[in-house]
Design a protein around this ligand. Structure first.
Ligand code: PLP
Length: 490
């Protein structure tokens, strides 16, 4: 049985806290009588123990990186070191007011400035803004920077090129920034088709958004050539940095000729994320785009004093309140500081090693549609299995839940039929990877032996197959008391 809601658990007279009777004399209503409620709001009545049990039971129904292997491709669900939580949770940070004078928060500003400097080094781009609140927001911000740059030069450019393997946020960001998204095909190796790209390049193109390694987990080996082709028509190259975990400390987008990129701090730099939780999507840009970055940026003055620079003639303005998602940025800073340059590089190398190991371990179980050198993630296809048994990627993913494993990303990238996109990350040990491959093999064998049961999976959860689209589009989050919200309880 699913855990009932807190409202259904309500029982008249149950209390978490009991207050003594008020000994403050009442001098009549402070607020106009017509604004006062006629009866108290109808809140659930539950004891403290009842609340603790309710929350604990709900939390146990959750999949999380702290309890389960979570190979959700493109999302980089790595372990989040606890020292980051501890430090970011210090009152020095959490009790700071966003309008505090720069003089009163020099330490925090120094952390932000140092993080900017580290991100410049990692991206190979000379200017960084910590403002954007997530990867998609970083995309939008950088495209607004592109737009401002071209407007300034009196150039009318209307298109952004995007490979067919791209994440859905790329065309969405292009559209919101006022550009038309134009698709570029992938070739048989899963990389950008240069002939198709060439045929779409002209003076109307503002730029291209490229994920590298791409969403098939493959490194776009022609990236420098692509940058040159774009620059030859005056267009810019944007790198979607969601897959930075594969390359950080090894190679730098700025050195490939990229003009801008975002970093998903919550993915690559280890902040707990998912379920719409907090993120940060700092962007780096080339020197000619730096004047257009959003404000404020943190600067160090000659005296060594740190300031939030809040005005500049060409800036696109603010994209977020205050200085950015500081809690996430502090965690990112701590993560980078605790790894150091060598550690950052070995995190990337181990992420790739783990993905290659797991890909090989899964090689006999499902088809690998692209057999290039995979980076930090790889894509399997259940296309043949579906033809043979009717079992789809969705069924396999759902069945993994019964084995205590979080499903991989499915049906993305769109260029692979019945795709399962698997990203083990560097923080998993070999035994966990072996176990995942063993379970996947078992489920595929089950697909052949007992497909009907697989279609009903998961069998071990309170809810088996919710209508996910309807749940996202028409969320109904309000409880209605069976006898009416206004009925007095006591
Ligand atoms: C996660 C992701 C994004 C979007 O980043 P958010 O931080 O979720 O907004 C963009 N592109 C790719 C390839 C991603 O994996």
């Amino acid at each position: 049985m699913p855990e009932p809601s807190i409202f259904e658990k309500s029982q008249r007279g149950q209390r978490g806290v009991t207050f003594p009777p008020s000994d403050v004399p009442s001098h009549g209503p402070v607020f106009p009588v017509n604004l006062l409620r006629s009866r108290p709001p109808r809140l659930p009545q539950v004891s403290e123990q009842g609340v603790v049990r309710h929350i604990t039971i709900l939390s146990k129904g959750n999949f999380s990186i702290d309890a389960n292997f979570y190979p959700l491709g493109s999302c980089t669900m790595k372990h989040n070191p606890r020292i980051n939580e501890q430090a970011a949770g210090r009152a020095d940070f959490t009790e700071m007011h966003p309008y505090q004078f720069d003089e009163d928060c020099q330490g925090t500003l120094e952390i932000l400035w140092r993080l900017q400097e580290m991100l410049k080094e990692i991206t190979g781009l000379p200017a960084v803004s910590l403002q954007p609140a997530a990867g998609a927001h970083g995309e939008l911000t950088a495209l607004l920077v592109f737009a401002a740059y071209f407007r300034d030069r009196g150039e009318k450019r209307t298109k952004i090129l995007i490979p067919d393997s791209a994440h859905g946020t790329n065309p969405a960001s292009a559209h919101v920034a006022g550009f038309a998204a134009v698709e570029v095909k992938s070739n048989a190796d899963g990389l950008v088709d240069l002939d198709d790209l060439r045929s779409k390049l002209d003076g109307s193109v503002a730029g291209m958004m490229l994920t590298n390694p791409n969403t098939l987990g493959l490194f776009e080996t022609n990236v420098s050539e692509i940058a040159k082709m774009l620059h030859a028509v005056g267009a810019k190259l944007y790198i979607d940095g969601a897959n930075l975990n594969a390359i950080m400390g090894v190679t730098r987008p700025g050195d490939w000729g990229a003009d801008a990129m975002h970093v998903n701090a919550h993915k690559t730099l280890a902040t707990p994320h998912g379920g719409g939780g907090p993120g940060a999507g700092p962007i780096g840009v080339a020197a000619d785009l730096a004047p257009y970055l959003p404000l404020p940026v943190v600067e160090r003055e000659g005296s060594g004093r740190f300031v939030l620079k809040a005005s500049s003639e060409k800036s696109i303005g603010r994209v977020r309140g205050f200085a950015g998602q500081i809690g996430v940025l502090i965690r990112a800073y701590l993560y980078l500081r605790s790894l150091g340059p060598k550690g950052v590089r070995s995190a990337a190398e181990n992420a790739v090693l783990n993905a290659r190991y797991l890909q090989k371990a899964c090689g006999d179980i499902l088809e690998s549609p692209y057999n290039g050198n995979t980076m930090h993630e790889f894509v399997l296809s259940a296309r043949k299995l579906q033809a043979e048994t009717g079992i789809r990627a969705l069924d396999l993913a759902k069945r993994l839940i019964d084995h205590g494993l979080h499903p991989p990303t499915i049906y993305f990238p769109l260029v692979v039929e019945e795709a399962l996109m698997i990203e083990p990350t560097e923080t998993e040990r070999r035994r966990t990877l072996d176990e995942f491959a063993r379970v996947l093999g078992e489920i595929v064998a089950e697909a052949r032996a007992n497909p009907d049961r697989l279609r009903e999976a998961p069998l071990s959860t309170p809810i088996s197959r919710p209508d996910e689209v309807r749940a996202a589009r028409e969320p109904d989050l309000r409880y209605r008391w069976p006898d009416g919200d206004q009925a007095a309880e006591d």
